[in-house]
Design a protein around this ligand. Structure first.
Ligand code: WAQ
Ligand code: MG
Length: 273
């Protein structure tokens, strides 16, 4: 697909210093105005009235091609408590060649607030999958994934398939898009994530090979901490092109994977992960 007529339309709403909502779509020039309206509406209907809404429209003309990718398969765990979810996450990540040292470091950061000043980062940690060293240039901010969107043609099927697994929150759709882009980066072996919202305890572990393992309880209710860790096996010298891909290069998800429900850890056939 030519990108001559593609734009990124991004919205950020805030009240004082508090971030209220944000979203981004990649659309053809014909849909820019419609999308600006849609995002303004979303900003205005989130409960708290924003002091400020910033909508940015950027041409993607400098990118010769928009990359089209397939969504990760979704494997949704049900009926599991925090201990079982974390055990499943650990087992899956070990099988993706993340070391125990790196895993312990990653869980520690997400449990205690990954920003050096305390609290959540806005973006993600990039971690050496072997040593657990943090490689993101700005550990306070982290790396912000953007420029990824669902093709309009598959949105309704996506929503239907997620709903068939009982997943109806917009967060799942957005996290699956983000995880799909991340899993397509060179050097990234896997991702670990859970929400920083105190009333949203779900998270996931993902990679291109194992898909999106949706874990319903990755932390205790009421904890306002979470984050994302991208585990890499590359050298520090590759970091800037990795960050460029994650933050800047446009990617559209044009096809869906399979959607499965999993009820026990043993249903996850780790040999095939
Ligand atoms: N790029 C990189 N990291 C990000 C981004 C981004 N665009 N957005 C958020 N983060 C990091 C940041 O450290 C946040 O503190 C953390 O991730 C969590 O963000 O139902 O809601 O938006 O299947 O709270 C996962 C389960 C929910 C969804 C994830 O994340 C499901 C979620 P939140
Ligand atoms: Mg959040």
């Amino acid at each position: 697909m030519s990108t001559d007529f593609f734009y990124s339309v991004r919205m950020r709403a805030s009240a004082g210093t508090k971030h209220l909502s944000g979203a981004e779509h990649l659309v053809s020039c014909n849909d820019v105005v419609k999308t600006v309206y849609k995002l303004a509406e979303r900003a205005m209907t989130k409960g708290t009235s924003p002091d400020k809404i910033i909508i940015t429209v950027e041409s993607l003309q400098s990118f010769k091609k928009i990359r089209h990718i397939h969504a990760l398969d979704v494997l949704a765990f049900g009926g599991m408590d925090i201990t079982a979810c974390r055990a499943a996450a650990t087992q899956a990540l070990l099988s993706a060649n993340i070391s125990k040292t790196a895993l312990d470091a990653a869980f520690g950061f997400l449990d205690h607030g990954a920003a050096p000043s305390g609290g959540n980062m806005r973006g993600a940690i990039i971690m050496d999958a072997e040593t657990g060293a943090r490689l993101e240039p700005d550990p306070e901010r982290g790396v912000r994934v953007s420029r990824v969107d669902w093709s309009e043609n598959i949105i309704s099927e996506l929503e239907q398939k997620l709903a068939s697994l009982g997943l109806i929150h917009f967060r799942t759709r957005e996290a699956l898009a983000l995880a799909t882009k991340v899993a397509h980066a060179q050097n990234i072996l896997a991702e670990l994530c859970w929400s920083d919202d105190h009333d949203y305890v779900a998270g996931y572990v993902s990679s291109r090979r194992m898909g999106y393992l949706r874990l319903p309880v990755m932390k205790h209710e009421g904890i306002p901490l979470g984050g994302r860790v991208f585990f890499i096996n590359g050298k520090a010298s590759d970091i800037s092109s990795l960050i460029h891909f994650l933050e800047k290069e446009p990617v559209i998800i044009t096809d869906l994977g399979i959607f499965h429900k999993i009820n026990r850890l043993s249903d996850l056939n780790i040999d095939h992960v």
